[in-house]
Design a protein around this ligand. Structure first.
Ligand code: NAP
Length: 312
């Protein structure tokens, strides 16, 4: 019996029985990405599949943007249960779906595909995974929070903003380096905020420019600050916020999880705020993908253990 490769290719997918012959359990779940070698998803999902006694395993597939459409169709022929999609495929995959759930439609991106009766069904577990992560970390629901998203114009930022809007959060403040993207998103989300929920003098939904003087007066009216930018992964990255803007009443969620203690998390803890990195979102989006594929509760603790064990 052979072991799976760290990364498979599109050519492997087209000849899946030969490429994976003899591998047990059979690889029938994957993550498509470009690049994909860094993905921790196999280390998270495989212990979960084992714990749930499901006769399938999860592998990485290096798929180029030009190969995406065909690769998704191959999932049907090669008897896959489904796949996850990561950078850069989440938005492009939508057009290949036979059906798509409401959250993925609002987010405009698919990160989970279920193959069912020869059809590709698209879901997005990033937003719901974020909601569960916030509940686990801070014991509070998005519904009850005034939320500021830094990096609201990126893919992850949009997923989180849509989830917050769908969950009817108290306030949503969208901030992005390229301001037009935050403004466009605010216009898209406006229909979710058309009710009479009163929260004082501030607008319930705003897109504001990213400068300290505009951010400062907002901070008394925010409970949860989210970093949805890629800043914080490298030591040389510029600071996201001046420390003086973080207050003890804030919850701070940094979607970056490597390094584990990001600069933002350190700053927030020093300011007396509660803060955590993005590992819980990674876990919960994975658990929700599992639920879409198998229509049963995910073996969360086995997945958590696998994920934590895979970290450097
Ligand atoms: P993306 O679509 O490329 O978006 C990147 C975002 O970062 C954009 O809003 C971009 O602003 C902003 N940005 C980049 N450089 C910046 C800078 N120097 N100053 C200010 N803003 C900057 O990427 P993504 O897929 O949304 O991912 C964003 C981050 O979230 C990554 O670190 C990723 O690893 C993390 N993530 C974590 C999870 C999890 O489960 N924890 C899930 C998904 C993503 P512009 O629009 O102005 O370019």
């Amino acid at each position: 019996m052979s072991t799976p490769k760290d990364v498979y290719t599109f050519d492997d997918l087209r000849t899946w029985p030969q490429a994976t012959g003899g591998i047990q359990p059979p690889p029938r779940l994957s993550v498509f990405g470009d690049p994909v070698a860094h993905s921790l998803s196999p280390q998270m999902h495989n212990p979960g599949l084992l714990e749930a006694a499901i006769d399938a395993q999860y592998v990485r597939l290096q798929i180029l943007p030009s190969q995406l459409k065909e690769a998704l169709q191959e999932l049907k022929t090669q008897d896959f249960i489904g796949t996850n999609l990561t950078i850069p495929h989440k938005a492009a995959a939508i057009e290949s779906m036979d059906d798509i759930d409401e959250t993925a439609r609002h987010i405009g991106a698919v990160n989970t595909v279920l193959v069912e009766d020869g059809q590709l069904i698209g879901f997005n577990s990033d937003g719901p995974g974020f909601a569960r992560a916030i509940r686990e970390e801070f014991s509070i629901d998005l519904h009850d929070l005034r939320i500021m998203i830094l990096g609201a114009g990126g893919g992850a930022g949009k997923a989180v903003a849509v989830q917050a809007a769908m969950d009817h959060c108290e306030r949503l403040v969208l901030v992005n380096r390229t301001a037009e993207k935050a403004e466009a998103l605010a216009a898209e989300l406006a229909p979710f905020f058309k009710n009479d929920r009163l929260v004082g003098p501030m607008e319930r939904l705003e897109a504001i420019p990213w400068d300290d003087r505009t951010l400062a007066p907002q901070m008394d009216h925010i409970d949860l600050i989210v970093n949805a930018t890629s800043l914080g992964m490298k030591r040389s990255d510029p600071e996201l916020l001046p420390a003086s803007l973080i207050q003890p009443h804030h919850f701070v969620y940094d979607m970056v999880y490597s390094p584990a203690r990001t600069h933002l998390v350190s700053q927030a803890k020093n300011a007396g705020a509660r803060a955590t990195n993005g590992l819980s979102m990674l876990l919960h989006q994975g658990a929700i993908s599992f639920e879409y594929w198998f229509n049963r509760e995910a073996p969360l603790e086995a997945m958590r253990k696998g994920l934590h064990g895979a970290l450097p």
